[in-house]
Design a protein around this ligand. Sequence first.
Ligand SMILES: Cc1cc2nc3c(=O)[nH]c(=O)nc-3n(C[C@H](O)[C@H](O)[C@H](O)COP(=O)(O)O)c2cc1C
Length: 216
Amino acid sequence: MNVLHICANPRPIQESVSKQLAAAFFTRLAEKNPDVNVTNVDLYQNPPPFLTYPTFRCLYQTMVEEGYKPTTGEYNSGAYSRTQSEQLKQADVLVLTMPMWTFSMPAIMKAWLDQVLVPHVIFEFTPEGVQPLHRLKRIVLLIASADRFKENDPRDGLTRELRAIFEFIGVSDMAIAWADGQNLRRYDDVQSRKDMAVEAAQDIADEIAETATAET
Ligand SMILES: Cc1cc2nc3c(=O)[nH]c(=O)nc-3n(C[C@H](O)[C@H](O)[C@H](O)COP(=O)(O)O)c2cc1C
């Protein structure tokens, strides 16, 4: 089983709750099944470029122009997308680690998604709808926020948007470990909420390790 881990958080682990969830998750996964193959991408080490016009043409022009061939500049501007989307195509499980920022995902994560969820590699538009070209079965979100969020909270632009994005490419299995209520000035149960999220992350890792074991 291949697990791709995308981390969108510039803070060091001692200061980052979401990175601590990721550490708990991957430690447990390695303990339970050391054969799971994990690839780590730190977006702050290798930042995705925003889509430009040449990149847009390189990725999408085939949809509107029969026989389109990218210019050298357009082809080169698609390099990040090609590498990252091919890597995603090999993944069975995608783990996304990030904070909630401004009720949504960090812009660097959105930039990565814009580069990788591309037609002809990850999915194909067909008259019957979107057909997946990937092997992804499960998405795991490891996230933290200062506020508390109830289920289906209308202020939550993070998990709701990611659910819609991955359902679009045919993946509806999304497991979430969310350390919410991490505002020390406002709440007195910050640590216990974090502990609960760590446990949730470990439980998800257990399930994935078991699935990987059953598949071998
Ligand atoms: C730019 C910025 C925007 C934020 N926006 C929100 C927000 O909309 N809702 C919220 O609950 N917390 C928000 N927070 C707080 C973080 O989600 C919280 O500190 C969380 O613990 C960060 O995750 P980390 O500890 O893994 O870095 C924001 C923090 C920053 C720096």
